[in-house]
Design a protein around this ligand. Structure first.
Ligand code: 5GP
Ligand code: ZN
Length: 120
C-alpha cells in the first residue's frame, strides 16, 4: 500500500489533521475521531505495517516502542490508577477497519466486559 492510500500514513505525513498527544521518532499517538470511551487514543508505528502480527514478525523492537508509547500516554492521561484497556483489532474477525496497525488505548471509565456476548 502506498503512503497516499493509507489513512494513518497520511496522518503521519501531516496530510490529515489529528489531535496528537505524543510523538517519538518511530511512533505517534493521537485521539480517535470517534471515541468509544472518555479516553480513546490510537498508537501507531510511523512505518506502515498492516497489523500487529505483521509488525511483531517484521520489527519486534518497533512493536515494543508502540507499547512503550501507549504506556506513556496512559500515564499522561491519568489512567494508571484505575486501569485501562489496550487492544489491537486484527483482520476480519477482529473487526479491523484501518489496515495500518494501531493499538486502541481505552480508559477513563469502567469499560465493562471484554466482549459483548453475541458470539454464536
Ligand atoms: P479499527 O476498527 O481498525 O481497529 O479502528 C480504526 C479506528 O480508527 C476507529 O476507532 C475509528 O474511529 C478511527 N478513525 C477512523 N478514521 C479516523 C481519522 O481520520 N482520524 C482519527 N483520529 N481516527 C480515525
Ligand atoms: Zn499506513
Amino acid at each position: 500500500m502506498s503512503t497516499t492510500d493509507c489513512l494513518f500514513c497520511r496522518i503521519v505525513a501531516g496530510e490529515i489533521p489529528a489531535t496528537v498527544l505524543r510523538e517519538t521518532r518511530t511512533t505517534l499517538a493521537f485521539r480517535d475521531i470517534d471515541p468509544k470511551a472518555p479516553v480513546h487514543v490510537l498508537v501507531i508505528p510511523k512505518e506502515h505495517y498492516a497489523d500487529v502480527a505483521t509488525l511483531a514478525e517484521g520489527d519486534p523492537g518497533l512493536a515494543a516502542e508502540v507499547l512503550a508509547t501507549a504506556a506513556a500516554v496512559a500515564e499522561e492521561e491519568g489512567l494508571l490508577g484505575d486501569g485501562f484497556r489496550l487492544l489491537f483489532n486484527t483482520g476480519t474477525y477482529g473487526g479491523q477497519e484501518v489496515f495500518h496497525v494501531h493499538a486502541h488505548l481505552l480508559g477513563g471509565a469502567p469499560l465493562g466486559p471484554m466482549l459483548t456476548s453475541n458470539l454464536s
